[in-house]
Design a protein around this ligand. Structure first.
Ligand code: HEC
Length: 153
């Protein structure tokens, strides 16, 4: 190999090294964008659930629990900042699925009334409760259809 041949290859090698670094950067960028996309989908899925749940709530639950979950004193318990609701997710689901009767205490007030079992699908109940949990100072729990199904037994 002559001297001149060797010299002519050096810039090529530097160029290749540069390209690998650039590819690494692109890989990192791809991973970053991918992560953001997944996060975006997760958040969107969550808000979609809550948005659909608002539809169910405003059609069904609103009659008793009122538009902002305040309930009606002495008759319908509040869902807004409800200690009863936030203390036990499965108990709340079960009440909606199977109905709820008998004395309960919500935020220090006694109720002794009856909520009929709500004739809704697992998905509708999951969405409605996800909306309720996401609203009015509640604990932001996400309720899945599988969690609702488990309370039907
Ligand atoms: C016909 C009126 C009525 C409808 C419609 C109704 N509820 Fe109720 N709900 C009640 C009553 C009454 C109670 C309290 C029952 C008792 O005193 O034992 C209650 C209790 C609850 C509780 C537990 C107590 C609390 O305040 O945290 C939750 C949670 C709840 N309802 C959610 C819902 C959701 C979600 C819907 C709609 C899918 C709904 N309810 C529809 C009347 C209703």
């Amino acid at each position: 190999m002559s001297m001149s041949e060797n010299w002519s290859q050096t810039p090529m090698m530097i160029c290749e090294l540069h390209m690998t670094k650039k590819n690494n950067k692109i890989q990192h960028m791809k991973k970053f964008i991918f992560t953001i996309a997944i996060l975006g989908f997760a958040i969107q899925g969550y808000s979609q659930n809550a948005a659909k749940g608002k539809g169910v709530y405003d059609k069904v639950c609103v009659a008793c629990h009122q538009p902002t979950g305040q309930g009606i004193p002495g008759a319908f318990p509040p869902l807004a900042k409800s200690d009863y609701l936030n203390a036990d997710v499965n108990r709340a689901i079960k009440g909606v699925v199977k109905g709820l009767t008998g004395p309960i205490t919500v935020n220090g007030k006694k109720f002794n009334s009856a909520m009929p079992a709500q004739a809704l699908s697992d998905q509708q109940i999951a969405d409605a409760l996800t909306y309720v949990y996401a609203s009015w100072g509640n604990s932001k729990k996400v309720i899945t259809p599988a969690m609702v199904k488990a309370q039907r037994k």
